[in-house]
Design a protein around this ligand. Structure first.
Ligand code: ADP
Length: 683
């Protein structure tokens, strides 16, 4: 195995880590930060006093890197080297190196605020600036103060502005690991193509015919585009008139691929064969594919953006930042000089692209994060002044507070309630955790667990189609249940119940075009959620959580009522004369039920007067996705709460601010005295 740049800097890294509780490490993607740092620390004895944790913003990276490290150390995954992602824990008593998503580490800190099991915490891929990593940065600042003698925090990044993070951690040292990057020639297009898929196809074929050997990495924006391009490439490569003296293999790479498909990109290409890897921006920094000599960069990325004034998400294809463009180009120069074909003119790069990507904290709904921060046992004053690397807007914090108030997680003064505390313990978004709690009261926990599992398992159910795409449900086979007219949540429940009645027979899934693997995972997630509920429910659970489907069930009324409580902040009212809806609690806007929904009209052709929705998403128009009909009498309570809502009282002083003067005193982390920061025993 080739020696990676990180290994060459091993001594310097250890020396700096021994003398400082927090170190920022900057190194090119592929320099070995994710796979090697943990092993270096392991070799130096840091795993004797605790586990070395490495966080990843992406689930797929946590799994892939853990597998790789286990392979390098020649141990089975789940023993000395393991990973933990939401709903999948592959660690054991023996685990010394643990890869986990940033969200899982946040959750662990709820039950163990000092994270005692860890001797080192590496926040990897910090440049991605995921919402959870940003919150972890703030928490780590507190934690090193509490555990300064026995905790090391390493923050690693490919591109991150190291100075900024270093300042955040009281000027902690920055180590830059020089990467061996070969020159990459940048080729710009003269103009923006009308179709970047077409243009990528043409460029890829040109490379195949004209350029010497070397794999091609093509950046697309999402799974749908990837599938289209893979298909087109497969067809065209075979029928190339000019031909190429090489064979071609075409490989997709995105987060929803089954693991066995993902690992295919890590095997080197067969002799005399060129690989075309068609990827999302997952290949930008999270996963490094070796052998790439040519990069095709569309200049676009799909980005989820939340608008706190409308409560709406949009999934937009937006221009990448200059930092991202440079990262993409860098992928071509890892093994030899490479070429990057930018499908946009150079002035677009210089003048239109933003310098850096907007951090997720400034484009997400913060309800879950604010609930999390409130549930930590910190004195309230600390939460109000929570130290963010880049603070979110006041509007988005207020929106989060309003959402939490409507689902009873905080009271009118903004203080966390008992309900809120219990909700925070569930690894679910606030709407679903609230639904589960209410369902327990109404005696329909079993059904609510199924719905929560179906909605949060993050798995693809229908083969060959991405989760959440518009096609998905429209083309769902008609023999699936129809939600009894009440909508999509009830349909999800019925799908699972039907499978349950068939004793979880995989053939039933196949007959109904549902992915067996996805359904099995949902079953497992449901079981885990039920175990968590058993643990945290104050009294005995009203319904045995693992109770099977009952013939006696009537019209799912209790479940819909529980959903109405959980989704109190995702409520819409039908317009008087037609089937359009108006959202309640946000600036009034007209929204439609998504065409894929199974919600039914009554005998007069009308949809229910009120619905709750799982998600509001702007595509061609604003659509509510996954809707459930609810009753007026349940809604009254929500409307009353909205009338009473006093946002100033609720914010109780939360004033996000860039002014450092507002914040905690800076820490003195740079303890040069090596006695104060004991190096672990290396004997
Ligand atoms: P960084 O974190 O600095 O981007 P990594 O540690 O992820 O770097 O990658 C270092 C090397 O390990 C790269 O050559 C990469 O291709 C290889 N690698 C990483 N993950 C895997 C894997 N799952 N299988 C095979 N090789 C891998």
């Amino acid at each position: 195995m080739a020696v990676l740049p990180i290994n060459q800097a091993e001594e310097k890294i250890i020396e700096t880590v021994e003398r400082n509780p927090v170190v920022v490490i900057i190194g090119e993607t592929g320099s070995g930060k994710s796979t090697q740092l943990s092993q270096i620390l392991h070799r130096k004895g840091y795993t004797k006093s605790g586990i070395v944790a490495v966080t990843q913003p992406r689930r797929v990276a946590a799994v892939s890197v853990a597998r790789r490290v286990a392979h390098e150390l020649d141990v089975p995954v789940g023993e000395e080297v393991g990973y933990s992602i939401r709903f999948e824990d592959r660690t054991s008593e023996r685990t010394r190196i643990k890869y986990l998503t940033d969200g899982v580490l946040l959750r662990e800190s709820l039950s163990n605020p000092e994270l005692h099991q860890y001797s080192v915490i590496i926040l990897d891929e910090a440049h991605e600036r995921s919402l959870n990593t940003d919150i972890l940065l703030g928490l780590m600042k507190r934690l090193v103060k509490m555990r300064s003698s026995n905790l090391k925090v390493l923050i690693t990044s490919a591109t991150l502005d190291g100075e900024k993070v270093s300042r955040f951690f009281s000027n902690c040292p920055i180590l830059t690991v020089p990467g061996k990057l070969f020159p990459v020639e940048i080729v710009y297009s003269r103009e923006r193509p009308t179709s970047y898929i077409e243009s990528s196809l043409k460029t890829a074929l040109d490379i195949h015919v004209r350029e010497p050997e070397g794999d091609v990495l093509i950046f697309m924006t999402g799974q749908d585009d990837i599938e289209k391009l893979v298909k087109a490439l497969e067809e065209r490569v075979q029928s190339l008139e000019e031909g190429s003296c090489m064979d071609a293999v075409i490989l997709p790479l995105h987060g929803s691929l089954p693991p066995e498909m993902q690992v295919r990109v890590f095997s080197p290409s067969p002799p005399n064969c060129r690989r075309f890897i068609v990827a999302t921006n997952i290949a930008e920094t999270s996963l490094t594919v070796d052998g790439v000599v040519y990069v095709i960069d569309s200049g676009y990325v799909k980005q989820r953006q939340y608008n706190p004034s409308s409560g709406m998400y949009s999934l937009d294809v937006v221009q990448i930042s200059r930092v991202q463009a440079n990262q993409r180009a860098g992928r071509a120069g890892r093994t030899c000089p490479g070429k990057c074909y930018r499908l946009y003119p150079s002035f677009v790069y210089r003048e239109e692209f933003p310098e850096v990507t907007v951090p997720e904290i400034q484009r997400s709904s913060l309800a879950g994060s604010v609930l999390y921060l409130k549930s930590l046992d910190l004195p309230d004053i600390d939460i109000l002044k929570f130290d963010f690397l880049d603070p979110p807007s006041r509007e988005s914090l207020e929106d989060a507070l309003k959402q939490l108030y409507l689902v009873d997680a905080i009271d009118e003064n903004g203080s966390i309630t008992d309900i809120g505390r219990t909700m925070a313990e569930l690894p679910l978004e606030p709407s679903l955790s609230r639904t589960l709690m209410e369902a327990n009261e109404f005696g329909c926990l079993s059904q609510a667990l199924t719905v929560a599992a179906m909605l949060s398992a993050e798995t693809t159910l229908l083969p060959g189609q991405s989760k959440g795409t518009e096609k998905k449900r429209k083309h769902a086979p008609s023999n699936l249940p129809d939600g009894s007219g009440w909508g999509d949540h009830i349909q999800l429940l019925q799908v699972f119940e039907n499978w349950d009645r068939m004793d979880y027979d995989p053939r039933w899934c196949k007959d109904n075009d549902l992915q067996v693997r996805g359904m099995m995972f949902i079953k497992d997630v449901r079981k885990q959620l039920s175990q968590i509920m058993q643990k945290i429910a104050k009294g005995p659970l009203d319904v045995q959580a693992n109770q099977r489907w009952k013939e006696t069930q009537q019209d799912y009324r209790s479940l819909r009522r529980a959903l109405c409580v959980g989704y109190a902040n995702q409520l819409a009212e039908r317009m008087i004369h037609h089937n359009g809806y108006r959202t309640v609690g946000y600036k009034s806007q007209l929204v439609q039920v998504h065409p894929s929904s199974v919600l039914k009209t009554d005998e007069n052709g009308m949809l229910p007067n009120y619905v709750v929705y799982h998600e509001l998403i702007a595509t061609t128009r604003p659509f509510m996705r996954s809707v459930c009909g609810v009753e007026m009498q349940w809604v009254t309570h929500i409307l009353k709460k909205l009338e009473k809502l006093d946002i100033d009282k609720l914010s109780g002083g939360i004033k996000p601010s860039n002014e450092r003067s507002n914040r905690e005193e800076p820490l003195d982390l740079q303890k040069k005295d090596s006695d104060a920061v004991k190096a672990p025993d290396d004997s």
